[in-house]
Design a protein around this ligand. Structure first.
Ligand code: A2P
Length: 320
């Protein structure tokens, strides 16, 4: 298993299994299958609403000797309505209870977006909280306490721009250990990745296959001729080429699947080693095509916009 190193030298397995959109009744088998296939890194989140079933699968795996707790790397994420200091510890404790664990390996602030505590999803502006009321650095200091208390070994963030990462570092002097962001051949995020590398922030790619939109569409990444041709040459599948490219970037990847064959297929991408010229060819297919835009928090007259979530000109989007 290839691993990446945190600033303190602890390791995170490059290949992990994602669980966003894994249905509660499917995720139990998916996790057991994944552990049998060799995955040792499992990516979870409170808001995926399937942590109880994942916890049951982990218990099965421990009791039946498939794996030991200390051999697994388990991530979860603080949801947007728990950013207030008083909510942070109860939130991780709920996740630990559901996952039936004593500690997490990594806990992430899921989005640089805050909701009022009563609302897990927002339907109106009144459900949102502003970052002036609950600054990201306060939430971040609360997360640092979780690490001090041993509830998680590492802390990081997700969906953070360079500007927001730098803001956390400047205001708290605590460098996030991980930034989990969307990365796939059509959305490569080279600038943000290079900032993270310079600052010893491990990068994890969510939607490394291009997410459900692209995997299920006719113009999806796996339909890209360059990738299709490469798959033929390497005698593997287009998905394996895409994942091999991801791992070759020096980032961790968490492809989601609840299908047994695809769970194995994705894991076996660790055996596909692309030649430098093929990696270069995939580097060229970038379309700056973000799929997860955070629009769930963008409401008329609300605090959040595409521009202020990503610190990026929305006109980049409009050009598409
Ligand atoms: P399924 O769970 O039925 O396998 P991403 O991790 O980039 O968001 O991609 C997840 C989506 O891609 C899911 O819809 C998943 O469906 C599908 N998927 C996962 N692995 C593969 C694969 N090897 N080939 C094609 N589609 C895949």
């Amino acid at each position: 298993m290839i691993e990446l190193r945190f600033a303190n030298n602890d390791l995170i397995p490059t290949m992990g299994i994602g669980t966003w959109l894994s249905k509660p009744n499917e995720v139990y088998n998916a996790i057991i299958t994944a552990i049998k296939a060799g995955y040792r890194h499992i990516d979870c989140a409170y808001i995926y609403k399937n942590e109880k079933e994942i916890g049951d699968a982990l218990q099965f795996a421990f009791k039946n000797g498939l794996v030991k707790r200390e051999e697994l790397f388990i991530t979860s994420k603080l949801w947007n309505n728990s950013h207030e200091m008083a909510q942070i510890e109860p939130a991780i404790k709920q996740t630990l209870k559901d996952l039936q664990l004593d500690y997490l390996d990594l806990y992430l602030m899921h989005w640089p977006i805050a909701f009022k505590w009563e609302f897990e999803q927002v339907k109106s502006v009144e459900n949102l909280a502003s970052l002036k009321d609950i600054p990201l650095e306060e939430t971040w200091l609360g997360m640092a306490e979780l690490k001090k208390n041993g509830l998680t070994k590492h802390i990081g963030v997700s969906n953070f721009s360079q500007k927001k990462l730098q803001h956390l570092i400047d205001t708290t002097q605590i460098v996030p250990e991980n930034n989990q962001i969307e990365i796939h051949p059509y959305f490569q995020q080279k600038k943000l990745r290079s900032y993270c590398t310079q600052n010893n922030i491990v990068v994890t790619a969510y939607s490394p296959l291009g997410s459900r939109h692209l995997t299920k569409s006719e113009n999806g990444i796996s339909e890209n001729l360059i990738i299709k041709n490469m798959a033929e040459r390497y005698n593997c599948t287009p998905a394996q080429v895409i994942l091999a490219w991801g791992m070759a970037q020096g980032i961790s990847i968490i492809p989601k699947s609840t299908n047994t064959d695809r769970i194995y297929e994705n894991y076996n991408a660790v055996n596909v080693h692309l030649r430098p010229e093929d990696i270069d060819a995939i580097n060229m297919v970038d379309e700056n095509n973000r799929q997860s835009k955070g629009l769930f928090a963008v409401l008329p007259d609300g605090y959040y916009s595409y521009a202020n979530i990503w610190d990026e000109d929305p006109f980049v989007l409009l050009k598409k």
